[in-house]
Write a protein that binds this ligand. Structure first.
Ligand SMILES: NC(=O)c1ccc[n+]([C@@H]2O[C@H](COP(=O)([O-])OP(=O)(O)OC[C@H]3O[C@@H](n4cnc5c(N)ncnc54)[C@H](O)[C@@H]3O)[C@@H](O)[C@H]2O)c1
Length: 440
C-alpha cells in the first residue's frame, strides 16, 4: 500500500472516529512520518496567521494556497515554495483532489460557507474562521453535512482553547455563582456603517480578482477602503457587524458554560436599516430556554459600539468597577462573574469569593487540536456541531438589526422566524449564478 493511500485512509478513518468522542491515538494516526497535507483558502490577514499556526504543527505539509489577491498569494507562496498556488478555491479543491487531506478557510465571512462546503463535499476536514457562516441557513447546513460525513471540523475561536475561558466554564458549571439568570456581553468595537449608499467607485486593483472576491454576493463596483481588505465586516452582504465579529468570541464561554441551545427570540435596538451597512451601535436581547446551569429562562444582552460597556447597576459587581472594553458578565443567584475578553474571570462580591480556588488546567493549542484530530488523535473543542448552533444564535441577532424593536420569534427545528416573514427571507442567500455549491 502506498504512503499516499495510507494517509488518505487514516484521515478518513480518524475523521469518522473523531466525532463527538474522546479518541485514543489510533494505530494509523501514530505513524510518526505521516503528514497532513493542507490547502488554505485566503492567506492574508487572519489567513496568514492561520497558515503560520497550522503549519507550526510538525505533522503538517502545506500543499496548496489560494487567494484572490495576487500580491498576498505571492507573499504566502514565498514562505511555502513547495505549495501549489490558485486564485479560485473551487479549482484548487477539485484539481488537488486526493493530494490534499484537509482545508483551512480564512476568507471574509460571506465566503466561509461556500468554500467550507466545497471542501466538505470533497470529503475534506475543515478549519473555518469565525463566525462559521454569513447566513443562518449556511450554519445549519455546514453542521449537518459535517455530521453526516463525519468530518473533523473546527471553527476559529482560538480563545476557547485558552485558560481563562476554560477556567470560567469550569467555574460556572461547578455552580460557583449558582444558577445564572442573565448574561451581558459587549465590545466597544464598531464594525458598522451608518453612511449612505456608495456613489463614487474606484478601479479594481490589478492584483485583485474582484469577481472571485464577490463570490456568491451580487455583483457591484469596487470601492477602496470599503471591501478588500478587512472593512467588508461593516457591510451587510459580506460581514456580520460587531456581533458576528467579536460576539462569537465573547459569547462562546457563556454559550458553552451554560449549555445553551437555540434562542426563543431575538430583538435588536438600533437605527433604521439602510440596506448598506450594519448599524454602528446595537443592543441585542435574546431569550434562551433554561438549562441545568441557568434559571428557567436565560436572558442575554449584547452591547456594541457606543452602547458598550453596559451599566453595572444592580448586577452585583463592586461599586465603581470600570468594565473592560470587551467581555461578559454572568449574573447568578449567588454571585456575579466578570469575564474580560481573553482574561481571567473575576468573582463578586469580592469578599465572598476571596478564597475561591481556581481550577488548574493544561494549555492547549486550538490549531494543533484540529490537526491532531484530523490525524486520529483527540477531538476538537469547537467542531461545527458546536459552532453551528452558536453561529445560528448570533446571526439571528444580526438579522434582527434589520427589524429594530421587533422580537423575532425563532423556531430552530424548522429553521424559521415564524412571526416576521421578511426576516425569514433573510436567513438564506440566493447565490450569484455560477457560484452555487451543492448543499447550500
Ligand atoms: N479568530 C480570530 O481571532 C480572527 C481575527 C481576525 C479575523 N478573523 C476572521 O478571519 C477571516 C478573515 O478576516 P481578515 O481580517 O483576515 O480579512 P482580510 O480581508 O484582511 O483578509 C481576507 C483574505 O482572504 C482573501 N480572500 C478574499 N476572498 C477570497 C476568496 N474568494 N478566495 C480566496 N481568498 C480570498 C483576501 O484576499 C485576503 O487575503 C474573517 O472571517 C474574520 O472574521 C478571525
Amino acid at each position: 500500500m502506498s504512503r499516499r493511500i495510507q494517509r488518505r485512509q487514516f484521515v478518513k478513518a480518524s475523521a469518522a472516529l473523531a466525532v463527538g468522542s474522546v479518541l485514543p491515538m489510533s494505530g494509523q494516526g501514530s505513524d510518526a512520518n505521516a503528514r497532513l497535507r493542507t490547502a488554505h483558502v485566503g492567506v492574508g490577514g487572519m489567513g496568514g496567521s492561520d497558515l503560520k499556526s497550522v503549519s507550526s504543527h510538525s505533522g503538517v505539509e502545506v500543499a496548496a494556497l489560494c487567494d484572490v489577491d495576487a500580491n498576498i498569494l505571492k507573499e504566502a507562496a514565498a514562505k511555502f515554495p513547495k505549495a501549489r498556488t490558485f486564485r479560485d478555491y473551487r479549482e484548487m479543491i477539485s484539481m488537488m483532489g486526493d493530494t490534499i487531506d484537509a482545508c483551512v478557510v480564512s476568507t471574509p465571512d460571506h465566503t466561509h460557507a461556500p468554500a467550507a462546503m466545497t471542501a466538505m463535499n470533497h470529503g475534506k476536514p475543515v478549519y473555518c474562521q469565525k463566525p462559521l457562516t454569513h447566513e443562518v441557513f449556511e450554519a445549519r447546513q455546514l453542521r449537518l453535512v459535517a455530521d453526516k460525513k463525519r468530518l473533523v471540523t473546527q471553527m476559529g475561536i482560538q480563545a476557547s482553547a485558552g485558560l481563562p475561558y476554560r477556567r470560567a466554564t469550569q467555574m460556572i458549571q461547578s455552580g460557583v455563582i449558582g444558577k445564572v439568570n442573565r448574561v451581558l456581553a459587549w465590545s466597544y468595537k464598531n464594525w458598522g456603517y451608518d453612511g449612505p449608499v456608495f456613489t463614487k467607485f474606484d478601479d479594481i486593483p490589478k492584483n485583485l480578482d474582484w469577481d472571485l472576491w464577490l463570490g456568491t454576493a451580487a455583483i457591484r463596483s469596487f470601492k477602496k477602503g470599503v471591501y478588500h481588505r478587512g472593512a467588508w465586516r461593516k457591510q451587510i452582504d459580506f460581514g456580520t457587524g460587531t456581533l458576528g465579529d467579536m460576539g462569537v468570541h465573547i459569547f462562546d464561554t457563556p454559550y458553552r458554560a451554560l449549555a445553551l441551545t437555540s434562542p426563543t427570540w431575538a430583538k435588536t435596538t438600533c437605527r433604521k436599516p439602510t440596506g448598506v451597512g450594519h448599524p454602528e451601535t446595537n443592543i441585542v436581547e435574546y431569550e434562551f430556554p433554561g438549562t441545568k446551569y441557568t434559571t428557567d429562562t436565560m436572558n442575554w444582552t449584547w452591547y456594541d459600539g457606543a452602547a458598550a460597556p453596559p451599566s453595572t447597576e444592580g448586577l452585583g459587581v463592586s461599586q465603581g468597577l470600570k468594565l473592560p472594553g470587551q467581555g461578559a458578565l454572568f449574573v447568578g443567584e449567588e454571585g456575579t462573574m466578570l469575564l474580560p475578553h481573553s482574561s481571567e474571570p473575576l468573582l463578586f462580591p469580592e469578599d465572598k469569593f476571596k478564597k475561591e480556588k481556581r481550577p488548574e488546567l493544561d494549555s492547549r493549542n486550538h490549531y494543533h487540536q484540529w490537526v491532531d484530530a484530523c490525524m486520529g488523535k483527540g477531538k476538537t473543542s469547537s467542531p461545527f456541531s458546536y459552532a453551528g448552533p452558536l453561529t445560528e444564535a448570533l446571526l439571528l441577532g444580526v438579522v434582527a438589526n434589520r427589524f429594530p424593536g421587533q422580537k423575532l420569534h425563532w423556531d430552530a427545528n424548522n429553521l424559521t422566524v415564524h412571526n416576521v416573514k421578511e426576516a425569514d427571507a433573510l436567513l438564506k442567500r440566493v447565490p450569484r449564478e455560477g457560484f452555487q455549491v451543492a448543499g447550500l
